[in-house]
Write a protein of this length. Structure first.
Length: 212
Protein backbone atom coordinates (compact mmCIF):
# COMPACT_ATOMS: atom_id res chain seq x y z
CA UNK A 1 0.00 0.00 0.00
CA UNK A 2 1.38 3.42 -0.94
CA UNK A 3 1.76 6.27 1.54
CA UNK A 4 1.54 10.00 0.84
CA UNK A 5 5.13 11.27 0.55
CA UNK A 6 6.40 7.72 0.05
CA UNK A 7 6.90 7.74 -3.71
CA UNK A 8 10.48 6.45 -3.84
CA UNK A 9 11.46 3.66 -6.22
CA UNK A 10 14.82 1.90 -5.90
CA UNK A 11 14.40 -0.61 -8.74
CA UNK A 12 16.71 1.28 -11.08
CA UNK A 13 19.43 1.67 -8.49
CA UNK A 14 19.27 -1.86 -7.04
CA UNK A 15 22.00 -3.42 -9.27
CA UNK A 16 24.60 -0.80 -8.29
CA UNK A 17 23.39 0.37 -4.88
CA UNK A 18 25.97 -1.44 -2.71
CA UNK A 19 28.84 -0.62 -5.06
CA UNK A 20 28.04 3.11 -5.03
CA UNK A 21 27.67 3.10 -1.25
CA UNK A 22 31.00 1.37 -0.61
CA UNK A 23 32.80 3.60 -3.13
CA UNK A 24 31.53 6.75 -1.44
CA UNK A 25 31.73 5.71 2.20
CA UNK A 26 34.48 3.05 2.20
CA UNK A 27 32.38 0.43 3.98
CA UNK A 28 31.11 2.74 6.75
CA UNK A 29 27.46 2.15 5.76
CA UNK A 30 27.82 -1.58 6.44
CA UNK A 31 29.93 -1.17 9.59
CA UNK A 32 27.32 1.17 11.10
CA UNK A 33 24.61 -1.45 10.47
CA UNK A 34 26.63 -4.28 12.01
CA UNK A 35 27.72 -2.24 15.06
CA UNK A 36 25.00 -3.30 17.54
CA UNK A 37 24.01 -6.68 16.08
CA UNK A 38 25.74 -8.43 19.01
CA UNK A 39 23.23 -6.73 21.37
CA UNK A 40 20.28 -8.58 19.81
CA UNK A 41 19.23 -11.49 22.03
CA UNK A 42 19.34 -14.91 20.36
CA UNK A 43 15.97 -16.30 19.33
CA UNK A 44 14.46 -12.85 18.65
CA UNK A 45 11.74 -12.09 16.16
CA UNK A 46 13.16 -9.33 13.93
CA UNK A 47 11.36 -6.83 11.71
CA UNK A 48 13.79 -5.46 9.10
CA UNK A 49 12.33 -2.54 7.15
CA UNK A 50 13.90 -1.21 3.91
CA UNK A 51 16.88 -3.56 4.04
CA UNK A 52 17.85 -2.97 0.40
CA UNK A 53 19.95 -5.62 -1.35
CA UNK A 54 20.00 -7.95 1.66
CA UNK A 55 23.76 -7.79 2.22
CA UNK A 56 23.16 -7.74 5.99
CA UNK A 57 21.01 -10.87 6.13
CA UNK A 58 23.78 -13.48 6.41
CA UNK A 59 25.70 -11.58 9.15
CA UNK A 60 22.38 -11.04 10.93
CA UNK A 61 21.66 -14.78 11.03
CA UNK A 62 25.25 -15.69 11.93
CA UNK A 63 25.52 -13.26 14.84
CA UNK A 64 21.97 -13.12 16.22
CA UNK A 65 20.48 -16.57 15.49
CA UNK A 66 16.98 -15.06 15.25
CA UNK A 67 13.80 -17.07 15.52
CA UNK A 68 12.60 -15.43 12.34
CA UNK A 69 13.07 -12.27 10.25
CA UNK A 70 10.38 -10.32 8.45
CA UNK A 71 12.13 -8.54 5.57
CA UNK A 72 9.82 -5.75 4.42
CA UNK A 73 11.11 -4.02 1.31
CA UNK A 74 9.20 -1.89 -1.15
CA UNK A 75 11.41 -2.47 -4.19
CA UNK A 76 10.85 -5.71 -6.11
CA UNK A 77 14.40 -5.54 -7.52
CA UNK A 78 15.84 -5.22 -4.00
CA UNK A 79 13.76 -8.19 -2.81
CA UNK A 80 15.01 -10.34 -5.69
CA UNK A 81 18.62 -9.43 -4.87
CA UNK A 82 18.05 -10.19 -1.19
CA UNK A 83 16.62 -13.62 -1.96
CA UNK A 84 19.75 -14.42 -3.98
CA UNK A 85 22.09 -13.01 -1.31
CA UNK A 86 20.80 -15.05 1.61
CA UNK A 87 22.26 -18.48 2.34
CA UNK A 88 19.97 -21.42 1.71
CA UNK A 89 20.06 -22.60 5.35
CA UNK A 90 18.48 -19.31 6.54
CA UNK A 91 15.71 -19.15 3.94
CA UNK A 92 13.12 -21.01 6.06
CA UNK A 93 13.35 -18.38 8.80
CA UNK A 94 12.92 -15.31 6.53
CA UNK A 95 9.60 -14.00 5.37
CA UNK A 96 10.12 -11.67 2.40
CA UNK A 97 7.35 -9.10 2.10
CA UNK A 98 7.41 -6.92 -0.99
CA UNK A 99 5.60 -3.87 0.32
CA UNK A 100 5.73 -1.28 3.07
CA UNK A 101 5.00 -0.96 6.79
CA UNK A 102 1.31 -0.73 5.86
CA UNK A 103 1.34 -4.33 4.66
CA UNK A 104 2.48 -5.79 8.00
CA UNK A 105 -0.51 -7.46 9.69
CA UNK A 106 -1.49 -5.77 12.98
CA UNK A 107 -1.08 -8.96 15.01
CA UNK A 108 2.62 -9.43 14.13
CA UNK A 109 4.78 -8.38 17.12
CA UNK A 110 8.58 -8.33 17.16
CA UNK A 111 11.44 -8.20 19.68
CA UNK A 112 13.61 -6.05 17.42
CA UNK A 113 13.10 -3.49 14.64
CA UNK A 114 15.97 -2.70 12.25
CA UNK A 115 15.84 0.51 10.20
CA UNK A 116 19.10 1.42 8.48
CA UNK A 117 19.34 4.37 6.05
CA UNK A 118 15.58 4.15 5.81
CA UNK A 119 14.06 7.18 7.56
CA UNK A 120 16.23 9.62 5.58
CA UNK A 121 13.88 9.14 2.62
CA UNK A 122 10.83 10.82 4.08
CA UNK A 123 9.42 14.20 4.97
CA UNK A 124 8.80 14.92 8.63
CA UNK A 125 5.07 14.07 8.69
CA UNK A 126 5.51 10.85 6.74
CA UNK A 127 8.45 9.83 8.86
CA UNK A 128 6.44 10.30 12.05
CA UNK A 129 3.54 8.21 10.70
CA UNK A 130 5.87 5.42 9.59
CA UNK A 131 7.55 5.39 13.01
CA UNK A 132 4.19 5.13 14.79
CA UNK A 133 3.07 2.23 12.60
CA UNK A 134 6.35 0.31 13.06
CA UNK A 135 6.31 0.99 16.80
CA UNK A 136 2.96 -0.80 17.10
CA UNK A 137 4.79 -3.95 15.99
CA UNK A 138 7.57 -3.65 18.59
CA UNK A 139 6.97 -5.44 21.91
CA UNK A 140 7.48 -3.57 25.21
CA UNK A 141 11.14 -3.88 26.19
CA UNK A 142 12.04 -4.52 22.54
CA UNK A 143 15.08 -3.05 20.77
CA UNK A 144 15.21 -0.65 17.85
CA UNK A 145 18.47 -0.41 15.91
CA UNK A 146 18.72 2.70 13.76
CA UNK A 147 21.58 3.95 11.59
CA UNK A 148 21.61 6.89 9.21
CA UNK A 149 23.12 10.19 8.22
CA UNK A 150 22.69 13.00 10.71
CA UNK A 151 21.58 16.51 9.69
CA UNK A 152 24.79 17.97 8.21
CA UNK A 153 26.84 20.30 10.36
CA UNK A 154 30.17 20.95 8.63
CA UNK A 155 30.77 22.26 5.10
CA UNK A 156 31.78 18.81 3.77
CA UNK A 157 28.73 17.15 5.32
CA UNK A 158 26.49 19.83 3.77
CA UNK A 159 28.17 19.27 0.39
CA UNK A 160 27.77 15.48 0.55
CA UNK A 161 24.17 15.73 1.75
CA UNK A 162 23.27 18.12 -1.05
CA UNK A 163 24.89 15.79 -3.59
CA UNK A 164 23.06 12.73 -2.21
CA UNK A 165 19.66 14.42 -2.07
CA UNK A 166 20.03 15.58 -5.70
CA UNK A 167 21.25 12.16 -6.81
CA UNK A 168 18.49 10.22 -5.04
CA UNK A 169 15.73 12.60 -6.10
CA UNK A 170 16.78 12.01 -9.72
CA UNK A 171 17.25 8.23 -9.47
CA UNK A 172 14.65 7.17 -6.89
CA UNK A 173 12.10 10.02 -6.71
CA UNK A 174 13.13 10.67 -3.12
CA UNK A 175 10.34 12.38 -1.14
CA UNK A 176 12.38 14.83 0.98
CA UNK A 177 14.90 17.63 0.63
CA UNK A 178 16.43 17.31 4.11
CA UNK A 179 17.17 14.79 6.85
CA UNK A 180 16.03 14.98 10.47
CA UNK A 181 17.35 14.05 13.89
CA UNK A 182 15.39 10.79 13.91
CA UNK A 183 16.60 9.40 17.30
CA UNK A 184 15.28 12.62 18.92
CA UNK A 185 11.86 11.89 17.37
CA UNK A 186 12.02 8.31 18.69
CA UNK A 187 12.94 9.53 22.19
CA UNK A 188 10.05 12.02 22.21
CA UNK A 189 7.74 9.11 21.49
CA UNK A 190 8.88 6.90 24.35
CA UNK A 191 11.97 5.02 23.19
CA UNK A 192 14.99 5.18 25.46
CA UNK A 193 18.38 5.60 23.84
CA UNK A 194 20.89 3.13 25.33
CA UNK A 195 23.98 3.31 23.11
CA UNK A 196 25.32 5.17 20.11
CA UNK A 197 28.38 5.27 17.87
CA UNK A 198 29.61 7.42 14.99
CA UNK A 199 31.22 6.63 11.63
CA UNK A 200 32.65 8.63 8.77
CA UNK A 201 33.74 11.59 10.87
CA UNK A 202 30.45 11.51 12.78
CA UNK A 203 28.29 12.06 9.67
CA UNK A 204 26.86 8.54 10.08
CA UNK A 205 25.36 7.62 13.42
CA UNK A 206 24.14 4.29 14.73
CA UNK A 207 21.89 4.09 17.77
CA UNK A 208 20.40 1.37 19.97
CA UNK A 209 17.06 2.28 21.58
CA UNK A 210 14.66 0.36 23.80
CA UNK A 211 10.88 0.57 24.05
CA UNK A 212 9.96 1.07 27.70
C1 LIG B 1 18.43 4.16 1.08
S1 LIG B 1 17.94 2.51 0.78
C2 LIG B 1 18.77 1.70 2.12
C3 LIG B 1 18.88 0.22 1.92
C4 LIG B 1 19.61 -0.53 3.06
N1 LIG B 1 18.97 -0.30 4.34
C5 LIG B 1 21.05 -0.13 3.11
O1 LIG B 1 21.42 0.65 4.00
O2 LIG B 1 21.83 -0.59 2.26
C6 LIG B 1 16.27 2.54 1.32
C7 LIG B 1 15.51 1.26 1.05
O3 LIG B 1 14.21 1.38 1.63
C8 LIG B 1 13.24 0.85 0.73
N2 LIG B 1 11.95 1.50 1.05
C9 LIG B 1 11.57 2.76 0.78
N3 LIG B 1 10.37 3.04 1.32
C10 LIG B 1 9.98 1.90 1.94
C11 LIG B 1 8.85 1.54 2.73
N4 LIG B 1 7.89 2.42 3.00
N5 LIG B 1 8.77 0.28 3.22
C12 LIG B 1 9.76 -0.63 2.98
N6 LIG B 1 10.87 -0.34 2.25
C13 LIG B 1 10.99 0.90 1.76
C14 LIG B 1 13.79 1.17 -0.64
O4 LIG B 1 13.24 0.34 -1.62
C15 LIG B 1 15.29 0.97 -0.42
O5 LIG B 1 15.68 -0.35 -0.70
Amino acid sequence: MKQIGDSNNYNLLAPVYDLLGSMMYFGALGRAQRHFLADIPKGSRILFIGGGTGFLLNPLFQRCEPKDVWYVEKSGAMIRKSKKAVRHEYRKRIYFLEGTQEDIPDEEKFDVVLSFFFFDQFRFMTLGKIFLKLNTHLKSGGLWLWADFIPPQTWWQKFLMHFMLCFFSLTTRLGTDRVYDVPAIFRQRGLKQEKEAGYYGGFIRTVLLRKS
